[in-house]
Design a protein around this ligand. Structure first.
Ligand code: BG6
Length: 492
């Protein structure tokens, strides 16, 4: 991993600082960084919102958020006291009749690094950057962090990027895809490029197909309003799943360096065969969860979730077949799948190998070729399935057996939260794990035609019961070529 510069006193200014992301992810992660000695003593967090809170009010809210976070468990009183002392709140309204910029100017101290974190809807990113520039708050080495959604299609993403780009140079813009901060996702790079034995197998000659799954048991919860304008394709596929596909399919970069890695990911996105015309109906499946039971608990269907219309074609599930049209991957399908209210929460990348070119065990039942599963969550680890002989005299019998590497069992260290890693990198000025503008736009270029084609189809998303393995169409999609999704293979 690249060298990180030493922590430096920084004012981290979080717009949307009292919102959900800040409370659930940013503040607990910053607390953990402070506890583990990764925050410079002088670093401060300035939350910006329209809430009119005093510093004391905000610190109370933050303390509750930190204490309630699963990775913190018991907040150590002296660390919490030190951490809360770093927090400030400033009321700024960036709307039609802006106010509060002078208050923000008064709080920020000269001579420190500045990071502006935009945990806000994309349409106000531009006005915030303009306000910062007009107030003279943008110093030459200030950075800006953007959260998804980064637009809802190519045009709106370009508009946001243009607006932010008027104030910040591309090298100062950090676009978050929190999947890139997950330990196992970074481990995928290490697995591929620090071990010599995989690379010779990592191509269409030995790999039959790849599956990338991000399944969640949760529904849309209180986010129905946002979600109804998004859907699984924009919310998960355009960013998280395509990033995983890039890391799986990319060529070895010359070094673990901000541009070398991102250049290789971009080439993968540019090699994706466009999904257009009849292929959209053939190679994609949309679903929407209905009522059902998730792990024994009755739950509402998507249309009954509060905060959205009673009828809607928004997809909560997508499965699709993608192709990376290049020398390495020609003819290898990449099946992507994501859904809410599924039977299990599970994110994984499955590399399914080909059959042996010739069997020396004629007449023996071959239980199918081996696979490599990179499990992102839960139970982070790597599982390699190989065929072995079942002990015993008599006829030769083969059985798939797992070689398991569980990160929890192997490493005593706590795996940091994705946001801990990403915040550390922003504070150190390392953008390798953040998305460059050209990557985000290449992903929209591939996704937009699919969404447009869906809008033109007379069909609607297939309903699947909450707590199930998704719509039947997803099983038909992969089953067309005699393949199955990974979990269908488990009970052997
Ligand atoms: C977010 C999506 O980006 O990722 C959510 O907006 C989704 O809808 C979440 O639930 C999943 O993240 P994780 O880390 O829980 O897999």
């Amino acid at each position: 991993m690249p060298q990180q510069s030493a922590p430096h006193p920084t004012d981290l200014v979080v717009f949307g600082g009292t919102g959900d992301l800040s409370m659930r992810k940013l503040l607990p992660s910053l607390y953990l960084l402070d506890r583990d000695g990764h925050l410079d003593g002088g670093t401060r967090v300035v939350a910006v919102s329209r809430d009119g809170l005093t510093d004391a009010d905000f610190r109370d809210k933050a303390a509750a958020a930190v204490r309630g976070h699963h990775a913190v468990r018991i907040a150590e009183p002296d660390v919490l006291h030190r951490f809360l002392g770093r927090l400030h709140h400033v009321t700024v309204d960036v709307g039609g009749d802006p106010f509060g910029w002078d208050d923000l100017t008064a709080v920020l101290e000269p001579g420190r690094d500045r990071v502006f974190y935009l945990a806000v809807p994309p349409m106000i990113s531009g006005p915030i950057c303009r306000g910062l520039a007009d107030a003279g708050l943008v110093t030459p080495c200030s950075r800006v962090v953007m959260e998804k959604p980064l637009g809802r299609d190519l045009a709106s993403s370009q508009a946001v990027n243009d607006a932010v780009g008027e104030v910040f140079d591309e090298s100062r813009i950090y676009r978050i895809d929190h999947y890139l901060g997950k330990e196992t996702v970074q481990n995928l790079l290490v697995l591929r490029f620090a071990n010599v034995f995989l690379e010779p197998l990592w191509n269409s000659r030995w790999i039959d197909h790849v599956q990338i799954t991000a399944a969640e048991t949760v529904g849309v919860g209180g986010r129905r309003g946002y979600y109804d304008t998004s859907g699984a394709m924009r919310d998960m596929v355009q960013n998280h799943l395509l990033q995983l596909l890039c890391l799986t399919a990319m060529e070895p970069p010359a070094s673990y360096d901000r541009d070398a890695v991102r250049d290789e990911k971009l080439k993968v996105l540019q090699s994706l065969r466009p999904l257009t015309g009849d292929r959209v109906a053939e190679d994609t499946v949309r679903g929407q969860y209905g009522r059902g039971a998730v792990q024994g608990t009755e739950v509402l269907g998507y249309l009954d979730e509060p905060g959205g219309p009673a009828t809607s074609d928004t997809e909560t599930f997508v499965a699709l077949r993608a192709e990376v049209a290049n020398w390495r991957w020609a003819g290898v399908p990449f099946y992507l799948r994501t859904g809410k209210r599924m039977q299990h929460s599970r994110s994984e990348i499955v590399i399914r190998f080909r059959e042996v070119p010739h069997t020396i065990f004629p007449g023996t039942d071959m239980p199918g070729p081996g696979s490599l599963v990179i499990r992102l969550q839960p139970d982070e680890g790597i599982h390699l399935t190989m065929l072995a002989k079942t002990p015993g005299a008599g006829a030769l019998r083969l059985r798939p057996v797992p070689l398991e590497l569980s990160f929890a069992d192997t490493f005593a260290d706590r795996a940091p939260e994705a946001y801990e890693r990403l915040l550390t990198d922003v504070l150190a000025g390392d953008p390798t794990l953040f998305m460059r503008r050209d990557e985000v736009e290449a992903a929209w270029r591939w996704v937009d035609p699919v969404i447009e084609a869906w809008n033109g189809l007379s069909t609607t998303p297939e309903t699947y019961p909450a707590g199930s393995a998704g719509p039947a169409g997803a099983h038909r999609l992969i089953g067309r070529t005699g393949r199955t999704w990974h979990e269908e293979e488990r009970p052997r």
